[in-house]
Design a binder for this molecule. Structure first.
Ligand code: F6P
Length: 320
């Protein structure tokens, strides 16, 4: 294999640049040529290829976002878009592709492997940690540290005013960010899509905590549950509170990647190149018990991550 391409697709996450850097320098070390595809599947369909050298990824490991840029490209679901993309890969002389992104991006990679029999490796990148088969996706650790800084900051002012805050964090279908940040941020409750709850029970719990002497309360709500604004209105109406709402939004998706994310991205990038050279395809690099393993994309996409029951229990016990 002499020429490969790499792209980032879907929602960006901190650590994508570190993964691209690792792909580029690992491949160059094997005397392969590397091309970057700008704007994910959009760029693949529109022939946006740029040659990457070692200097192209210099001073990049610490930068958030993705310098190749990213996009959500529903056109790739159609055969017309796929044929354009495959034609471009062929014309550019690309022999293997590495796709960094979330579920949607990995689904695109599966099509390239299954339908067009083209060598492709996926790397999980999404702050949500909703990708099956890997303990952690790239970007999750950085997002959690950003959220934690926000919770700590809000805690200061919440304590001064004996206030209740509702903090909305990202996670469309997955409450991982909400649960983990609630535990590490000492919040009173984590409301996540995986676990049904009654608002009356949350109100009762918060009132009891104030009666026991707490001077502030923080509730972390995953966006998949609904909007914090709507939840807050009902919470105040039934419970007689005057909550303050903070929606963290895209602040969670930016920022310089943490040490953990830089190392994870670097290991996965190197493993993806090695895997292509070893003739692997249709698989995703995954962190499992500290090792980088390969998981078939079919397995990744046909399964849903389960919330760790022990962590749910810990969150409940420690929020007293
Ligand atoms: O999938 C990652 C994610 O950050 C979700 O948590 C969030 O719902 C979504 O992307 C936001 O997407 P966009 O940036 O396209 O609004």
């Amino acid at each position: 294999m002499k020429r490969i391409a790499v792209m980032t697709s879907g929602g960006d996450c901190p650590g994508m640049n570190a993964a691209i850097r690792s792909v580029v320098r690992t491949a160059l070390n094997y005397e392969m040529e590397v091309y970057g595809i700008e704007q994910g599947y959009s760029g693949l369909m529109e022939d946006q290829f740029i040659k990457l050298e070692s200097r192209s990824v210099a001073n990049m490991i610490q930068r958030g976002g993705t310098f190749l840029r990213s996009a959500r490209a529903p056109e790739f679901k159609e055969e017309e878009g796929q044929l354009k993309a495959m034609e471009n890969l062929k014309n550019q002389g690309i022999e293997g592709l590495i796709v960094i992104g979330g579920d949607g991006s990995l689904a695109g990679a599966k099509v390239i492997h299954d339908k067009y029999h083209f060598p492709v490796i996926g790397i999980p990148g999404s702050i949500d940690n909703d990708i099956y088969g890997t303990d952690m996706s790239i970007g999750v650790d950085t997002a959690l540290n950003t959220i934690l800084w926000c919770i700590d900051t809000i805690n200061d002012t919440a304590s001064s005013h004996d206030r209740t805050f509702i903090i909305e964090v990202m996670g469309r279908n997955c409450g991982y960010l909400a649960l983990m940040s609630a535990i590490s941020g000492g919040a009173e409750a984590a409301l996540i899509p995986e676990v049904p709850f009654k608002i009356e029970n949350i109100i009762k719990k918060i009132k009891e905590r104030y009666e026991e002497g707490k001077t502030r309360s923080v509730i972390i709500l995953a966006e998949g549950v609904g909007s914090a604004g709507d939840f807050g209105k009902t919470f105040d109406m039934i419970g007689g509170f005057e909550t303050r709402i903070t929606v963290l939004g895209h602040i969670q998706r930016g920022g310089s990647p943490t040490h953990f994310d830089r190392i994870l991205a670097t290991r996965m990038g190197a493993s993806a190149v090695d895997s292509l050279l070893n003739g692997e395809s249709g698989v995703m690099t995954a962190l499992q018990e500290r090792k980088i393993e390969l998981v078939p994309l079919g397995e990744v996409l046909n399964n849903k991550r389960k919330m760790d029951k022990k962590l749910l229990e810990i969150a409940e016990v420690l929020s007293k």
